[in-house]
Design a protein around this ligand. Structure first.
Ligand SMILES: [Fe+2]
Ligand SMILES: [Fe+2]
Length: 326
């Protein structure tokens, strides 16, 4: 991978990179990855995935039919998960603010920030149109949750550091991909599944962009990048954590197999870490080695926690199945 020649900051010590210098040094990589992204990203039309013929007026201004639960054709798990995914997408203005502030609005970085925002914008549009046309969820509850969630804004846990921000989005885009994909799988509606697969494909390309950027950062500033990865992995939380009732929804989503510790460990953290060869990288200094060790210990612990979760999940599902059978 092409990276800018090593430039070392003198302001924070001989081996410390400032955010400003990293952003400059990575500009070339951003341009290359942006061009790769634009070449592989295929245009798609959100409106094609919405069954408009199923839509009808709601009560209120148009005097149509009020929403009621039996109108919804998706599964209970699908309803919970679709709302969490949509509200997470809805907070895009706050995410845009965070990354535009961190990466800037000029040059290749700026082009990426705006393109990414445009792609993310269609996710919320498509899911909302689908949910309203099919009456899959309560539109009043959804709107109130959106107002409440967006009014809180979103503040990144990683705004203090460019490398932490890049590391976070690399994992978070994959987490979002998996979450959309599995929601589609369990929603019980083939068209919903198709729509979410399309969205998941966008998220995958976003992950690839940030993962490749993180790879370049590991080459330029290995110790700092390793520290950022260790911090982000050990403190990871989903961007939707501020959604009203998130804890309860997250528990249902975990038990239902849309997103849980096992999936987080196996399908989100490990693929990125393995691709970047994070646990095998050599040539690290003392700080990088310490971060790598911390990461290894954390991953072992997480794997064990995931194993215990799976046991509880299996027991709970068995109890539910027994209740249904009796
Ligand atoms: Fe998205
Ligand atoms: Fe994304």
């Amino acid at each position: 991978m092409t990276t800018a020649p090593a430039q070392r900051s003198t302001s924070l010590g001989s081996s410390t990179w400032t955010d400003a210098r990293l952003i400059l040094a990575l500009e070339e990589v951003v341009e290359k990855e942006l061009n790769r992204h634009l070449a592989v990203a295929k245009e798609w039309m959100p409106h094609e995935f919405v069954p408009w013929s199923q839509g009808r007026d709601f009560d209120g201004v148009l005097g149509g039919e009020a929403w009621s639960l039996e109108q919804s054709q998706v599964t209970a798990l699908g309803r919970v998960s679709l709302v969490v995914n949509l509200l997470t997408e809805d907070n895009l203005p706050s995410y845009h603010h965070e990354i535009a502030t961190m990466f800037g609005r000029e040059g290749a970085w700026g082009t990426w920030v705006h393109r990414w925002t445009a792609e993310e914008g269609r996710h919320g549009i498509a899911i909302r149109d689908f949910l309203l046309a099919t009456r899959a969820v309560d539109p009043v509850e959804l709107e109130r949750a959106r107002m409440s969630h967006m009014s809180e804004g979103f503040e990144s846990d990683n705004a203090h550091s460019m490398l932490h921000s890049v590391a976070y989005v690399a994992f978070q885009e994959l987490a979002t991909r998996i979450s959309h994909r599995n929601t589609g799988k369990y929603a019980g509606d083939p068209l919903c599944d198709q729509l979410l697969a399309k969205i998941a494909n966008d998220e995958n390309l976003h992950m690839v962009f940030y993962r490749n950027l993180l790879k370049a950062a590991l080459e330029i500033a290995p110790d700092q990048a390793m520290r950022a990865i260790a911090d982000v992995v050990t403190d990871f939380r989903m961007p939707g954590h501020g959604i009203p009732g998130f804890e309860r929804a997250a528990a249902q989503i975990a038990i239902g197999g849309v997103y849980n510790l096992r999936i987080h460990h196996d399908d989100v953290l490990q693929p990125v870490l393995r691709h970047l060869r994070v646990m095998e990288i050599d040539g690290l200094g003392a700080e990088g080695l310490m971060a790598q060790d911390e990461l290894g210990v954390f991953l072992d612990g997480l794997d064990e926690q995931a194993r215990k979760f799976e046991e509880r999940q299996a027991a709970l599902l068995a109890r539910r199945a027994a209740r249904r059978a009796s």
